[in-house]
Write a protein of this length. Structure first.
Length: 76
């Protein structure tokens, strides 16, 4: 299988199932937010995990919730 065949298969799959595109966008948005927060907090291990794990946003959301909870308790 060459690259052109793979690209056409991906485009065909997305056109038949538009929810896949929404899932990709959902995952990318949460990944970007979590990467930003982990970099700002100097959490290198979490940054690497987020970068290489594809959890459809689940790990990223949990990390963001944990950081927000931790920061709220820190200000009290």
């Amino acid at each position: 299988m060459n690259i052109m065949n793979a690209q056409s298969l991906i485009i065909e799959e997305i056109s038949q199932n538009p929810w896949i595109l929404l899932l990709i966008i959902w995952s990318i948005v949460w990944k970007m937010i979590a990467l930003w927060k982990s970099a700002r907090n100097n959490h290198l291990t979490v940054f690497i995990l987020i970068m290489f794990l594809n959890t459809i946003g689940i790990f990223e959301i949990l990390y963001i919730l944990y950081i927000n909870y931790k920061n709220k308790n820190k200000n009290i």
